[in-house]
Design a protein around this ligand. Structure first.
Ligand code: SAM
Length: 239
């Protein structure tokens, strides 16, 4: 259903840019305009986006810590006829971000949910990586403890496709070491950093090579890693 024709009472799941504001779709803007309330992870981040669009709306915080409580309240408002847009700080709601509980609650009450597709870091990294796309798995953020990271890598080491994970700049070096230890130093990976932003950098090649090519912990950095399947190789690239 087109957002401007939504009669009443719906949840818009709106994907927002992962860096470049130009990636916000016209349909996302329509959905935001059409909403009476914006539920968002961080109201300060979404306020900036709305300011940029010159749109004024009531913003309420919907984040991991209050998701359980807020999802029933928001679903009741939709039931009462309100149009609500759910926004993450970046990318898709529900993908390593709050949203799943609200979606489930809306389905439970048979409420209308309208997805507005758009940017997502995992798929953007995968398609540019040069690693196989016929089959892939998304593991979200890796566990905190390195023993758990290694167990997870062991579990997926024979997977015949690409593995996508989100990583912080504080853990990236440790994670690369774990990949070398468990999957071997020749395993092809892609480090996609600051996608769609001014300092975007994308490195693909054997993990032992790409991990030495730039200082990962310094400077700004949002990272998505793509790990290729065992035995896969290609020329690799850096940009
Ligand atoms: N919902 C988002 C999505 O659809 O991509 C993901 C949210 S998750 C909380 C944030 C993580 O996504 C970051 O820590 C980073 O690993 C990854 N990420 C977000 N923006 C990115 C970017 N511009 N470049 C690379 N990775 C990014």
């Amino acid at each position: 259903m087109c957002p401007d024709s939504c009669p009443s009472g719906c949840l818009y799941l709106v994907a927002t840019p992962i860096g470049n504001l130009g990636d916000l779709s016209p349909r996302a803007i329509l959905a935001i305009r059409d909403s009476e309330l914006i539920a968002c992870e961080d109201t300060r981040v979404s306020a900036k986006l709305l300011n940029h669009l010159n749109i004024q709306k009531t913003l309420i915080s919907y984040r991991e810590e209050n998701e359980r409580l807020k999802c029933t309240e928001l679903a009741s408002q939709i039931e009462d006829g309100k149009k609500i847009a759910l926004l993450s700080d970046a990318g898709y709601p529900c993908i390593s971000d709050p949203g799943f509980r609200l979606v489930r609650e809306c389905h439970k009450r048979n409420l209308l949910i309208i997805p507005i597709p758009g940017p997502n870091a995992a798929l953007t990294a995968l398609v540019v990586s040069g690693l196989p796309t016929h089959q892939f798995i998304y593991l979200g953020f890796l566990p905190k403890k390195s023993a758990q990271v290694k167990n997870l890598l062991v579990k997926w080491q024979e997977f015949d496709g690409s593995i996508i994970v989100y990583e912080s700049k504080y853990k990236i070096e440790k994670t690369l070491l774990a990949i070398i230890e468990v999957l071997g130093s020749d395993r092809y990976i892609c480090i996609a950093r600051e996608l769609t932003k001014a300092h975007e950098s994308i490195l693909s090649g054997p993990v032992h090579e790409v991990s030495q090519k730039q200082s990962l912990a310094s400077g700004k950095g949002e990272f998505t890693l793509v790990i290729g399947p065992s035995g896969y190789s290609f020329t690799g690239f850096q940009r």
